[in-house]
Structure formats: C-alpha cells, structure tokens
Design a protein around this ligand. Structure first.
Ligand SMILES: NC(=O)c1ccc[n+]([C@@H]2O[C@H](COP(=O)([O-])OP(=O)(O)OC[C@H]3O[C@@H](n4cnc5c(N)ncnc54)[C@H](O)[C@@H]3O)[C@@H](O)[C@H]2O)c1
Ligand SMILES: O=C(O)C(=O)C[C@@H](O)[C@H](O)[C@H](O)COP(=O)(O)O
Ligand SMILES: [Zn+2]
Length: 364
C-alpha cells in the first residue's frame, strides 16, 4: 500500500510514499529518456547499483555518479565533477538525473539538473527522513559556498519523488531524529496535529519502521506540498495574507549559521532545532507569544532528543552569518516567528539587544 500526494504547482508532480517502491522509481523515468545519471553517496552504492540494473534492463544507458557523503557533496567542485560526467556521456535535454540519497545529495542532484543545458528533468529518491519530508519536495536545489549555506542554487522542481520507506531500515538513529526536527517544524508552523502525535508517541516517532513515523512523514510532506504550491519562488505568499514559503524557513536563520559555524559537523535538523527555540524566545521578547508556547518548543524538541542549546561564545560569529541569510533585504535581517501556534509571520530588523538576549536563552 502506498500513499500518493500531488504537489499542485504549475507543473504538478507526484510524491509516492510506501514500502517496496523500486518498480515505481523505475517507472517514474519514461521512455523519452535515453540516458539516466544516478547521483548518490558511497553509502547508497548498493541501492544505486540495483537501480542501475533495473534501468539498464528497461533499455536505458545508465551512469552512476558517486559523490562525497553528506554536506561535502554540496560544493562547486562536486558540481563541476557532475557536469563533467554529464558532458562526457553526451547527456541531452531529454535525459534524466536521479537524486538518490539524503537531502545533501538531492540538493546537489537537483542543481546539477537545473544547471545542465539550462535545465533537464530530475527524479528524487530520498533515503532519509529529512530528505523525504522536506528536501526532495519543492524544488529548492543548490550548494554551499565558503560564506554560507545554500548560497548558490535554483528553483527547479523534480518530475517525481519516490519515498521508499524500506530505505530507512539502514538509517542511523541520529539521522531519523534530525529528520524529525523538520516534521516538528511543520507542526509549529502549520499542523499542530503533528505535535500531538509526537507527544503521544515519541518512541515510535523515532522508530524508522513504525506506522507513526510513516504518518508523520505523510503529514510533513502535505504541509510542504501545500506551502510551496502557493509560493514556489518564495516571493512572499499567495495573496491570502500568509507569508508563503518563507514559513518553511522557521528556525533556519540561526540554524544555518550554526551549521556553518561547526563546519557542517552538526546535522541540519539538530541546528534548526536550536534555531526554532531561538525564534520562539525572540517572538516572546517581541510580545508575540507567551512563555508557555516557548516551553512547548523546548519540551517537544527535547522529548525526541533534539538539542535546544548552542555554544555561548559563538554569538559574534553567528550574527554576521545570519545577516547573509536569503530572507535578508539590504541591511534588514528578517526572521520567521510565530504570533500563535500555526500562525507564522515575519519579524524584520529586531533590535540587536533583543537578538543577543534571545540567544542567551539558548546558549550553553
Ligand atoms: N531543498 C530543500 O528544500 C531542503 C530542505 C531541507 C533540508 N535540505 C538540505 O538537506 C540536507 C540534509 O539532508 P539529510 O539530513 O538527509 O542529510 P544527508 O543527505 O547529509 O544524509 C545524512 C547521512 O545519512 C546517510 N544516509 C542517507 N541515506 C541513508 C540510508 N538510507 N541508510 C544509511 N545512511 C544513509 C548519508 O550518507 C549521510 O551520511 C542539508 O544540506 C539541508 O540544507 C534541503
Ligand atoms: O523549502 C523551503 O522553502 C525551506 O525553507 C525548507 C528548509 O527546510 C530547507 O532547509 C531549505 O533548504 C532552506 O532553504 P534556504 O532558502 O534557507 O537555503
Ligand atoms: Zn531545513
């Protein structure tokens, strides 16, 4: 049994979620593609090889493009390596890139597809909770630069996303937990039933084989699909009064700065977990939410073992890094905050003392 969700953008595509979806992944690449490039990290070599064989049996010319693990893949050097493979294999506009791996791999693979010949099709086959619930859906693709996270990229939507839950069987517990941070984020910004489910069954929420996690993944993808459909290019809402896609950046302004500060040693979900408590503290100090909603943030994230604090002495490095965030406009720094549960809004140019005080409340 699988669940099929449609991302209703101008060029709608399906996200399939379920077990044993190998055949669905093969079928997502139609006959018009002569060549397929499977971009994958070393960890997924076996799965990539299985896909290679199946696609070759279906008559495709398949190129395995093995890239470095995790965040190391999101660099200009690796992007250039991928372009070289495509160039040498004669990859044309009718051919297809597959991103097989976690969010780092699908972010890179998507940008390879966005930039090659000014845009070729790509299919995402996410293999982490975080990749399924967030990175593989919505068409944000890109790489990091020395100055920060995701600073170079493009909006380029996949033509299909296949979330085979069987892949999660080998995923380390810490990676499942990291993915749960993005799911909890969806609970805070849009769907509080997610928070209720995590609170009722925290152990099952962390169990890669549980029905609870499967439900949470589907709920998270639903929030993501709905949000990006109204504002694909993050240009500020769909006119109905909301803040549009920027809501998905809840906790990310500080989160990305922390990731960079650790040289990407900390996981994305761990960093945005601290970032969400930070913006909750900021919203409280700005008179937008009360103490109890801030405490719900801490309790919920700590319940599933996510961090809610970061190093006190890092502030002087974190503030300038946050200024380079994509939500900044000129010298105005902007944060996604809540003014109530499931009611995100933008807080622009908060006082620097307010920011420092809010950071003190999350520093270790
Ligand atoms: N484009 C977007 O909208 C979006 C959304 C959220 C996050 N992201 C990006 O996603 C990245 C984080 O993604 P992630 O958390 O999936 O991390 P990741 O891709 O770095 O993967 C984490 C680790 O898990 C391993 N792994 C992957 N699948 C596995 C499996 N099935 N079994 C065993 N090991 C496996 C990887 O090799 C890696 O070591 C960040 O770069 C973040 O910025 C992008
Ligand atoms: O899809 C979005 O929009 C998001 O902001 C989702 C985030 O979870 C994700 O980490 C995204 O990569 C952040 O994008 P960025 O624009 O802040 O680099
Ligand atoms: Zn994220």
């Amino acid at each position: 049994m699988s669940t099929r969700l449609t991302v209703p953008t101008a060029r709608p595509y399906e996200v399939v979620i379920g077990h044993g979806l190998h055949a669905d992944l093969v079928a997502s690449i139609d006959d018009s593609a002569q060549r397929v490039a499977i971009v994958h990290p070393p960890t997924l070599r076996h799965r990539a090889e299985q896909l290679r064989v199946a696609l070759a049996d279906a008559g495709r010319e398949v190129h395995l493009v093995e890239v470095p693990d995790g965040e190391q893949a999101k660099s200009a050097a690796v992007l250039e390596f991928c372009w070289r493979v495509l160039g040498e294999s004669g990859f044309t506009r009718s051919d297809v890139v597959v991103g097989l791996g976690g969010g780092s791999t699908t972010d890179l693979a998507g940008f390879v597809a966005a930039s090659w010949l000014r845009g070729v099709r790509f299919v995402n086959a996410p293999t982490t909770v975080l990749g399924m619930v967030d990175a593989a859906v919505g068409g944000k693709t890109g790489i990091n630069t020395g100055q920060g996270k995701n600073l170079v990229g493009a909006f380029h939507e996949p033509v299909a996303v296949v979330c085979d839950l069987d892949a999660l069987a080998t995923l380390p517990a810490a990676e499942v937990r990291s993915g749960l941070a993005e799911i909890v984020k969806c609970g805070f910004i849009a769907d509080p039933s997610i928070l209720e489910l995590v609170e009722a069954a925290p152990t099952a929420a962390l169990d890669a084989g549980s029905a609870v996690l499967e439900t949470l993944i589907a709920k998270g993808i639903t929030v993501k699909a709905r949000t990006v459909a109204g504002d694909l290019h993050e240009s500020g809402g769909d006119g109905s009064g909301g803040i549009g896609r920027e809501a998905l950046n809840y906790g990310h302004t500080l989160g990305h700065a922390i990731e960079r500060h650790t040289g990407y040693e900390v996981r994305h979900g761990e960093a945005i977990s601290v970032g969400m408590v930070f913006v909750a503290e900021l919203a409280r100090r700005s008179g937008l939410i009360d103490d109890s909603l801030v405490e719900v943030h801490r309790e919920m994230l700590e319940l599933v073992g996510l961090p809610t604090r970061y190093r006190a002495e890092a502030w002087d490095d974190l503030l300038p890094a946050m200024r380079l965030d994509k939500k900044s406009r000129g010298s105005t720094i902007r944060f996604v905050v809540l003014d109530a549960l499931a009611s995100p809004r933008i807080l622009a140019a908060p006082d620097e003392d307010l920011l420092r005080d809010s950071y003190r409340a999350v520093s270790a």
